[in-house]
Design a protein around this ligand. Structure first.
Ligand code: ADP
Length: 566
């Protein structure tokens, strides 16, 4: 039943009202002056206050004002009572200050009772709505906690504060099962000392939580009965509720909420707390899976680094014996050449040299890939003429083949870019050697070097400006359309190459890494069985205009270079 506080300095008035209300089943509190009314209202939170206006010391208007100023008493309905003749001005003043009704003497009992009932009804609905609102806000926070963060500790904190707010309880914590122990993800409202003793609880020592988890049931009741009269929990809490965190039929841990007051739980409230525990279980499970995946990822990254380290060491170590084999093969070759009886040996030694060179290139590629993987692949660019570098590389590459003719097309201008000479030679060498390798029938290989303000296939995110472009075109086996996008991936080899030409599928991957480190880009155009064009574009460096040297090539296009066999 509702509790009503009557405030009046006239004791006989108090008595009459008290009798009337008690007679209608209300619990009644009384106060004879303003200050004691405020104290009782704050401590006992009556459902309604009947307040006399005319009181010495503090009148009813001031009491209303103060009630409205305090959060605990702000929403208690107040009926002002006055013995004066009806006075509209006073009535409006009272209502303005926050009173809900204003009744003047002589007061009709039935009217008073009807007003009281109506106000209590409104108050109940309002309380219920406020409660629902708080619950919804808390539930929303819990749902957000389960989706917006994957940090297990943070999820725990937000779940516990949400659950406490929603259930209107004082202390709470979330524990998850870890082997034979319950580990606290979050605790709120406990003293540091108590929280510390409850950070890790062996399940064998926590009968209530163990039962909640084993039987999948919500346990609640008096703290002393549940935990024992001498338990520290019984000292800080009167009522405790323990909810298992169920996920797919398994208990992951418990949510424990407690209050210093004696408390009953209605079925509706239990269902709501159950929903919170379910949401908590999902959030905990998500955060745990995420932590596990992070751990696995870190482990994989560690293994990957270890693998790169291993490849780097191995490729380095193998280079030394290879260099020594190469040295001796060269020495023997020179001697054998002088002896006409050793022609067969010369042939064999040439094959050894070729194979050693191939092996050396493969080892270099492996080392480069491992360096890229370990983020240790660096370039040291300096301004240099890309046209001149391309000419040199083309000449060297021509020396490796007699079946192909490298046609170099240069324009009559230097193309100065910021270039790491060694690495860019590797890029050009790789593109030309692929053109040779994948044109088994031989033929022409065109190498074009030019300047462009709008080079082909320019990615949108790269700055505009002038570019130096090198394209390498062959008329070989070409690349099937559907795999062209994947050519620059590690270890990728087109299906039409496998079994025909040997390789590891690393050259283009390294090539692209190098080009990108030069702030450039690479592209391919190809038609299967007709041939391919690979292009590289590097940003030109702005240089002071220099006069052309007299011996710079003046032709639009130079003839084939290095056609002589080695
Ligand atoms: P590798 O040549 O060692 O296999 P690359 O990374 O240099 O490795 O090349 C990857 C793949 O791209 C090759 O296996 C081949 O299938 C294809 N490819 C590269 N260049 C050409 C080319 N000029 N013509 C045809 N296919 C090519």
């Amino acid at each position: 039943m509702a509790t009503i506080l009557i405030v009046d300095d006239q004791l006989d008035n108090l008595y009459v009202l008290q009798r009337l209300l008690k007679g209608h089943g209300y619990d009644v509190l009384t106060a004879e002056n303003g200050p004691s009314a405020l104290a009782i209202a704050a401590a006992q939170r009556p459902d309604l206050i009947l307040l006399d206006v005319m009181m010495p010391e503090m009148d009813g208007f001031e009491v209303v004002q103060r009630l409205r100023d305090q959060p605990q008493t702000r929403s208690i309905p107040v009926v002002l009572l006055t013995a004066n003749a009806p006075d509209e001005r006073l009535k409006i003043q009272g209502l303005k200050l926050g009173a809900d009704e204003y009744l003047t003497q002589p007061i009709n009992n039935n009217e008073l009772l009807a007003r009281v009932q109506a106000l209590l009804r409104t108050k109940r609905t309002q309380d219920e709505l406020l409660g629902r609102n708080a619950q919804l806000a808390a539930l929303l926070d819990i749902v957000q906690a389960s989706t917006s963060t994957l940090d297990l500790a943070e999820v725990g904190q937000r779940l516990v504060s949400g659950a406490l707010a929603a259930s209107n309880m004082d202390l709470g914590g979330l524990w998850v099962l870890d082997g034979a122990d319950l580990i606290a993800l979050a605790q709120q409202g406990y003293s540091d000392e108590l929280a510390e003793t409850r950070r890790r609880i062996p399940i064998a020592e926590s009968r209530v939580s163990a039962r909640a988890m084993q039987r999948h049931e919500v346990i609640y009741g008096d703290a002393r009965t549940l935990f024992g009269a001498d338990s520290p929990m019984a000292e800080v809490a009167r009522t405790i509720i323990v909810l298992p965190l169920m996920h797919r039929g398994t208990a992951l841990g418990v949510l424990q909420l407690a209050t210093r007051e004696q408390r009953q739980f209605q079925a509706e409230e239990l269902a709501f707390l159950g929903a919170i525990a379910n949401a908590a279980a999902v959030a905990v499970q998500n955060a745990r899976l995420y932590e596990e995946s992070q751990r696995q990822r870190a482990e994989l990254e560690r293994l990957d680094r270890e693998k790169d380290e291993f490849i780097s060491i191995i490729s380095h170590e193998l280079k030394n014996p290879l260099a020594s084999i190469k040295g001796y093969a060269g020495l023997l070759q020179r001697r054998a050449r002088k002896d006409s009886t050793l022609q067969a040996a010369v042939k064999g030694l040439e094959v050894i040299e070729q194979q050693v060179n191939r092996m050396s290139t493969l080892l270099d590629q492996l080392r480069d890939v491992s360096q890229i993987g370990m983020d240790r692949f660096m370039i040291e660019p300096a301004p240099q003429d890309l046209a001149e570098l391309t000419q040199r590389v083309a000449l060297d590459m021509q020396a490796t083949t007699t079946d192909h003719e490298i046609e170099l097309h240069l324009r009559d201008e230097p193309l100065i870019c910021a270039i790491d000479e060694f690495r860019m030679s590797q890029v050009l060498g790789n593109l030309i050697s692929n053109a040779i390798k994948y044109s088994p029938a031989g033929g022409a290989i065109e190498v074009d070097v030019f300047r462009s303000d709008l080079p082909p296939h320019q990615p949108l995110d790269l700055a505009n400006g002038s570019w130096a472009v090198v394209t390498v075109t062959d008329h070989g086996i070409g690349i099937p359309q559907d795999v062209q996008e994947r050519l620059f991936q590690r270890f990728f080899r087109a299906p039409n190459t496998k079994g025909r030409v040997s390789g590891m599928g690393l050259g283009l991957y390294i090539t692209r890494e190098i080009v990108q480190r030069h702030n450039g880009y690479i592209w391919v155009e190809s038609v299967e069985n007709q041939g391919s064009t690979f292009g590289v574009a590097l940003p030109l460096v702005e240089v002071e205009h220099t006069t052309q040297s007299a011996d710079a090539p003046a032709d639009e296009s130079s003839p084939a270079v290095g056609a002589s066999p080695s």
